[in-house]
Design a protein around this ligand. Structure first.
Ligand code: BES
Ligand code: MN
Ligand code: ZN
Length: 489
C-alpha cells in the first residue's frame, strides 16, 4: 500500500526515511535538504551511484533513521533511475523486515522531470521492488514492506493519488506474472495452471473457459497435441475474455504456455538452461496477468487472452523428429526438431483465435528462441511485425515502460528456410542461422490476413539473479508493456 503525503518535518515520527541524493545536484528542499547538508559536511557520503548510508538521528529529531542513497550525476537521471532507486529502497526495507518506510521524493525542478512522471517512476519502483518469491522457503529472510509513504511537495499528494493507484494495479499484474513464472513445473502442470488462471480471472469479472484435451482433439489442434503427446500431463487451453459494453475493437493476446520444456525427443543437453525451462510459460503468464489487469482498469475494448498450455516431454508416446502433423489451420507440419515446440502450440492457438474472434489486432508473447537471446541479450525482447503502425505503438510503449524491444525483420526470402520436402511447412530452419527470424516467419504463415506482432521474450522473461526492482526468477516482462499498448490502440 502506497500513500502520498506532503512533507511535514515535525510530525508524525518517521522511523525510516529514505533520501535519494545526487553527487552534483540539490534534489530536495526544506528539512530533507538540511539533513543532506549535515551528512555531506561529515564527508562520509558523496551521492555516487550505488552508495548507501544509514544515519541514526538524535533523539529530538522527528525522524529516527535517515538512509541516504546515491544516484550519481544529475545529468544521468531518468525514469529508470527513479525506478531503480525506489527498488533499492524497498530492498533495504524488505531485508530488515520493516513494516513502514517513508521515501523523500524530490521536487520536480530538483529532479528535472515532470512531477507526474517522477512520482510514477518512484511508485513503480516501489511496487515492483516490494516483492519476494519465498513461498518455498521455511525461513523468510525478506518480507514485503506493508506501508510505504511518498513524501512529496504540497499539492502533489492530492494531484497524483489516482495515478499511483493505477500503477499499483499494473505492477500487481507484473508481480502476479512473476510468481507464475517462478513456480516450479511440478506445481503448474497445464491443467493445474489453467485452473489457477481461470479462477484468478473470474475473480476480477473476466469470462474464463478451459478447453481440455478431448475438446482440443475434437477441434483439430494437431500441432499443439503433438507437443503434449510425450507428457503424462494432458494439455489445456485457457481462454480469458474481457468484454466491456460498447467495445468496438477486439484485441487478441496469445501467450506461449510450455509449463516445462525438456526439448522432447530432441532432449536439451546440459548447459542449455534446461533447469530454467519452468519459465517457458512466461508468455502465457504475461497475457493472463495483462487480462486481469485490464479488467481491473476497465480498459475500453474487447480483449481475449489465449493460453495454449502443454508440457514438452520425451517418452514412448512422444512425437518424433520427422513426424508430420496436421495443424488447426489445416496445413501439415514436419517436425524437424521437437525442441522447436513453442511455434507449434502458437500456430494452433493463433489460427483458432483469428477464426473465432476476427480480431483487429493479434499479439503473441513467447519465450520462443535462444537465437533471440543471442541477438539481443537478456534484457531486450525481439519484435516482429509487418505492420508499421503497430511496430511504432509497441516501441513507444517499450520506451515509456522501460520494457525494451528491438525490431527484427521478417524477410520474405528467408521463408525458403522453413520449406519441407514432405509437408506444407517445417518447424525447423534449414540452417541454424537467424533462428529467431525463421521462428517468427513460421508463425506468420498462420496469421496472414490480420494485423499481428510477435514478441520473442526468451531473454527478458527470466532473470537468474535479482536486480534493483525485481527478485530472481520470473520478471513479469510484458505486462506493463501490453497494458500501456492497449491504452494506445
Ligand atoms: N523455450 C526454448 C527457447 C528458450 C531458450 C527460451 C533459452 C529461453 C531461454 C524453445 O522452445 C527452444 O527450445 N528453441 C530452440 C529452437 C531450435 C530447436 C530451432 C532453440 O532456441 O534452440
Ligand atoms: Mn524448446
Ligand atoms: Zn520452449
Amino acid at each position: 500500500m502506497i500513500a502520498l503525503s506532503a512533507v511535514d518535518p515535525g510530525k508524525p515520527t518517521i522511523d525510516t526515511l529514505i533520501v535519494p541524493v545526487c553527487e552534483d545536484r540539490d534534489l530536495h528542499r526544506g528539512f530533507v535538504a538540511e539533513l543532506i547538508g549535515k551528512v555531506r559536511r561529515g564527508q562520509s557520503f558523496t551521492g555516487e551511484s550505488g552508495e548507501t548510508l544509514a544515519w541514526v538521528l538524535p533523539e529530538e529529531d522527528a525522524t529516527r533513521c535517515a538512509v541516504f542513497m546515491g544516484l550519481g550525476k544529475g545529468a544521468d537521471l531518468s525514469g529508470e533511475t527513479w525506478r531503480k532507486f525506489a527498488g533499492r529502497a524497498m530492498s533495504y526495507g524488505m531485508g530488515r523486515k520493516l513494516k513502514a518506510l517513508h521515501i523523500a521524493v524530490p521536487s520536480a525542478e530538483g529532479a528535472g522531470m515532470a512531477e507526474a512522471d517522477l512520482i510514477a517512476a518512484v511508485a513503480e519502483g516501489v511496487c515492483l521492488g516490494n516483492h519476494v518469491f519465498n513461498r518455498y522457503k521455511a525461513e523468510k529472510k525478506r518480507q514485503p514492506v506493508e506501508m510505504i509513504t511518498l513524501l512529496t511537495g504540497p499539492g502533489a499528494a492530492k494531484a497524483h493519488r489516482s495515478l499511483v493507484e493505477r500503477l499499483e494495479t499494473i505492477c500487481a499484474g507484473t508481480r502476479m506474472a512473476r510468481e507464475w513464472v517462478s513456480i516450479p513445473s511440478n506445481d503448474k502442470v497445464p491443467e493445474v495452471f489453467a485452473a489457477e488462471v481461470a479462477a484468478a480471472a473470474k475473480a476480477v469479472g473476466l469470462k474464463a473457459t478451459v478447453l481440455d484435451e478431448k475438446t482440443l482433439r475434437h477441434k483439430g489442434f494437431g500441432a499443439l497435441l503433438a507437443v503434449a503427446a510425450g507428457s503424462d500431463h494432458p494439455p489445456a487451453m485457457a481462454v480469458l475474455e474481457h468484454k466491456p459494453r460498447g467495445a468496438k475493437k477486439t484485441v487478441v493476446l496469445v501467450g506461449k504456455g510450455v509449463t516445462f520444456d525438456s526439448g522432447g525427443i530432441n532432449l536439451k543437453p546440459a548447459g542449455s538452461q534446461i533447469e530454467e525451462m519452468k519459465m517457458d510459460m512466461a508468455g502465457a503468464a504475461a497475457v493472463a496477468a495483462t487480462l486481469i489487469t485490464a479488467a481491473r482498469l476497465n480498459v475500453p475494448m474487447r480483449l481475449v487472452g489465449v493460453l495454449p498450455l502443454v508440457e514438452n516431454m520425451p517418452s514412448g508416446r512422444a512425437t518424433r523428429p520427422g513426424d508430420i502433423v496436421k495443424s488447426y489451420a489445416g496445413k501439415t507440419v514436419e517436425i524437424g526438431n521437437t525442441d522447436a515446440e513453442g511455434r507449434l502450440i502458437l500456430i494452433d492457438a493463433l489460427a483458432w483465435a483469428v477464426q473465432q474472434y476476427k480480431p483487429d489486432v493479434v499479439l503473441d508473447l513467447a519465450t520462443l528462441t535462444g537465437a533471440c537471446v543471442v541477438a539481443l541479450g537478456e534484457k531486450i525482447a525481439g519484435l516482429f511485425s509487418a505492420d508499421e503502425a503497430l511496430v511504432e505503438a509497441v516501441l513507444a510503449s517499450a520506451g515509456r515502460t522501460g520494457e525494451r524491444c528491438w525490431r527484427l525483420p521478417l524477410p520474405e526470402d528467408y521463408k525458403e528456410q522453413i520449406k519441407s520436402e514432405f509437408a506444407d511447412i517445417s518447424n525447423l530452419g534449414a540452417t541454424r542461422w537467424g533462428g529467431a527470424i525463421t521462428a517468427a516467419l513460421f508463425l506468420s504463415a498462420f496469421v496472414e490476413k490480420t494485423r499481428w506482432a510477435h514478441l520473442d521474450i526468451a531473454g527478458p522473461a527470466y532473470a537468474k539473479k535479482g536486480s534493483d526492482y525485481a527478485p530472481a526468477g520470473g520478471t513479469g516482462f510484458g505486462v506493463r508493456l501490453l497494458v500501456d499498448l492497449l491504452e494506445q490502440l
